[in-house]
Design a protein around this ligand. Structure first.
Ligand SMILES: Cc1cc2nc3c(=O)[nH]c(=O)nc-3n(C[C@H](O)[C@H](O)[C@H](O)COP(=O)(O)OP(=O)(O)OC[C@H]3O[C@@H](n4cnc5c(N)ncnc54)[C@H](O)[C@@H]3O)c2cc1C
Length: 302
């Protein structure tokens, strides 16, 4: 593939998930020249049915939502290419140079919308279980669907314990499966005072059944659950931000100002890769703010 854009683009959007495609819709409607480069692994495509995204009273499948965002961006003339962005650089007075699959693109601004990647529990059949909603990653998204159910949380460290406490609000019966280290004493207390059962285990001790998941634990006991929440963590896809030495928060998300601009002028970050809550509505909100800031910056407005 060649770079057929002769002069620098107004903006290159890296990532074409919820955030990147929404940014493309806005920027095309601002009559800006925009290219979206996307490697095709949006977390949206993993959602069996989202029930909390506004405007879909019966829920919407993640792939369907992605398709609609593509259609809407296409309707306003967005250029979207499949590819992996492997490098971004910026000379003092030069535009950004964005390298993807051996091609260089040049742009006055960049919006990073590369999302995050879930740490997947190595349990056979995890993909099917995710589709069937026996495996879940995000209690903010779907804790409501766990009301009255028998739930297990596979977690590590304080993050895992916090997720168990969140889900305790919904579940009828909750077990915390600790992996890989022992539960710290203060965390034990937090779990025990909520009557959350605790097992030391590993993903190897778990098996997805036709309905739900079952496990054999270190002490030989067995149990089965309606739903397993994996709370092993989430890694922001922040390689480009690291390359440019941008400021990151403790979780590795890109620090941004009120306009979603990073510590480098003209470089914005939105969605799951940016500091904030990992939700579709947040990603689309970030996109609206960043795209408007890009437009204002290019207009010379302050
Ligand atoms: C199972 C599951 C259920 C969920 N349920 C809900 C829900 O019900 N409600 C809700 O609000 N949220 C839900 N979420 C979270 C939601 O999917 C994310 O918050 C949302 O997709 C974030 O959008 P994004 O654009 O930041 O990232 P994504 O949608 O993940 O898109 C990022 C895109 O960037 C691309 N990319 C990454 N690196 C590069 C690169 N170097 N070059 C080019 N492209 C790149 C990826 O391929 C991907 O297409 C769920 C997530 C999961 C996993």
């Amino acid at each position: 593939m060649e770079n057929d854009f002769l002069s620098p683009l107004d903006c290159v959007v890296v990532g074409g998930g919820a955030a990147g495609l929404t940014a493309a819709i806005y920027l095309n409607r601002f009559c800006r020249t925009v290219l979206v480069i996307d490697s095709g692994c949006s977390r949206l495509s993993l959602i069996p049915s989202t029930q909390n995204y506004p405007g879909f009273p019966s829920g919407v499948n993640g792939q369907e939502l992605l398709k609609r965002l593509h259609l809407q961006a296409g309707r306003f003339g967005a250029s979207i290419r499949n590819g992996v962005v492997s490098e971004i650089s910026k000379g003092k007075t030069q535009p950004f140079e964005i390298r993807s699959d051996s091609v260089s693109y040049f742009a006055k601004t960049v919006i990073l919308a590369t999302g995050s990647t879930d740490v997947v529990p190595q349990i056979e059949g995890h993909e099917k279980a995710l589709k069937n909603a026996f495996l879940r990653y995000c209690p903010i998204c779907d804790g409501f669907e766990a009301i009255g159910k028998k739930v297990a949380v596979l977690g590590a460290g304080r993050h895992g314990v916090n997720e168990a406490i969140f889900i305790h609000h919904y579940a009828k019966d909750l077990t915390y499966i600790n992996f890989p280290d022992g539960v710290a004493a203060e965390n034990m207390e937090l779990l025990a005072e909520r009557d959350i059962k605790i097992f030391d285990g590993s993903p190897n001790s778990l098996v997805f059944a036709e309905y739900g998941v079952s496990g054999v634990f270190g002490d030989g006991s067995q149990a089965s659950f309606d739903v397993l929440y994996s709370a092993l963590g989430l890694n922001p896809n922040n390689e480009m931000a690291r390359l440019l030495k941008l400021h990151l928060d403790v979780d590795g998300q890109v620090k941004v100002d009120d306009h979603m601009q990073s510590s480098l002028e003209g470089f914005f970050a939105i969605g799951d890769v940016a500091h904030g809550l990992n939700q579709i509505s947040v990603a689309t909100g970030h996109a609206a703010i960043a795209a408007t800031a890009v437009h204002n910056l290019l207009c010379g407005r302050k």
